[in-house]
Design a protein. Structure first.
Length: 260
């Protein structure tokens, strides 16, 4: 761990980080693939197995690839959705949800994951930077005739009137993050007193930049990860271990008065 003065010292004990959690009036949590991997969710590239291993994942996750081969890409996302069947939120997901549900509106949960496990665990108002694998949206700007509830079945489904295609509700390569979600995440990073960075290598921007924003604004930054991350150098504390083990220990303290 590196402290504010840039000198090296021993890793902050778990009990001290628990005290930071207890005392912080506003907490932001940024989660990545690591927390979902603990539930058995395959990573983006892990889904490229068997029949799907022959295809370039960059083409399978882009608008260009979808327009060129809509049936193939749609079926690959159906395959990925199928891989989530039977996967359940783990103790890390549940600890975050319980903390937020117990009258503690001071926690803002930001995730790079698209698997919906935070929502299934019960976390409210999750900021999904990269979209939601379980949701659909229209490929082109929807017209008045476009209604997802009445899309014509197919691979992919389409609007029966104008032919607009249904696509997965994720952020593809080359696409911007949803601006309202990103703005809310940046606001949370800049106003929090403590940011927990959980299960992410810290290599994907602008998500990783949120930790830098929090640190620059004066918040304590704590990395929770099983391996070294690119954000360890800016962290006030690095807790090496799984989210499923550490988050319940960090978030089981008594509630405090909510921030106004």
């Amino acid at each position: 761990m590196t402290d504010d003065a840039g000198t090296s010292g021993p890793c902050t004990p778990l009990d001290e980080v628990r005290a930071w959690v207890r005392d912080a009036r506003r907490i932001a949590v940024l989660t990545g693939a690591g927390i979902s991997a603990e539930s058995g969710v395959p990573t983006f590239r892990d889904a490229q197995t068997g029949y799907w291993a022959q295809f370039n994942p960059m083409e399978m996750a882009s608008e260009t690839g979808f327009r060129a081969q809509p049936a193939r890409v749609w079926d690959w996302y159906a395959h990925r959705r199928g891989l989530l069947a039977g996967v359940q939120p783990n103790a890390g997901h549940r600890a975050l949800a319980a903390f937020a549900q117990h009258g503690r509106r001071r926690l803002t949960l930001i995730t790079q994951n698209v698997d919906g496990l935070h929502q299934r665990a019960g976390s409210p108002d999750v900021l999904c930077l990269h979209g939601d694998l379980t949701a659909d949206r229209w490929l082109d700007r929807p017209r008045a005739c476009c209604d997802l509830a009445h899309a014509a079945p197919g691979h992919p489904p389409r609007c029966p009137t104008c032919g607009n295609l249904v696509r997965p509700g994720v952020v593809w390569f080359g696409e911007a993050l949803p601006l309202p979600v990103l703005a809310a995440a940046q606001q949370a990073a800049q106003s929090c007193e403590l940011m927990l960075v959980v299960g992410t290598a810290g290599a994907v921007y602008p998500a990783a930049g949120l930790a830098h924003q929090a640190r620059h604004a004066g918040a304590r930054v704590v990395v929770v990860n099983t391996a070294a991350s690119e954000l360890d150098g800016i962290a006030h504390a690095v807790l090496r271990g799984s989210a499923a083990r550490l988050l319940p220990l960090l978030l089981d303290g008594p509630p405090m008065v909510e921030a106004p």
